[in-house]
Design a protein around this ligand. Sequence first.
Ligand SMILES: [Zn+2]
Length: 74
Amino acid sequence: MVIDQASRAQDACHRCGGFMVPVEIREANTMGWRCVMCGEHVDPLILEHRRKMKEARELDRLRPRAAAATAPLN
Ligand SMILES: [Zn+2]
């Protein structure tokens, strides 16, 4: 079941480490999670966006190193 898989991936709040409970997002007809400690809210769209931003940051981090590796030696 998709929800089982997703809730395993999001079992702790990224902000405070609190317990995340599944919540139904009626507007998007999907499931999200809410932190019982701080109220942080995530849904599949937010997670997808966060994942893309993380990938972009990692690419930015790798780019200068790759450029340096191919730079001609003096
Ligand atoms: Zn939290």
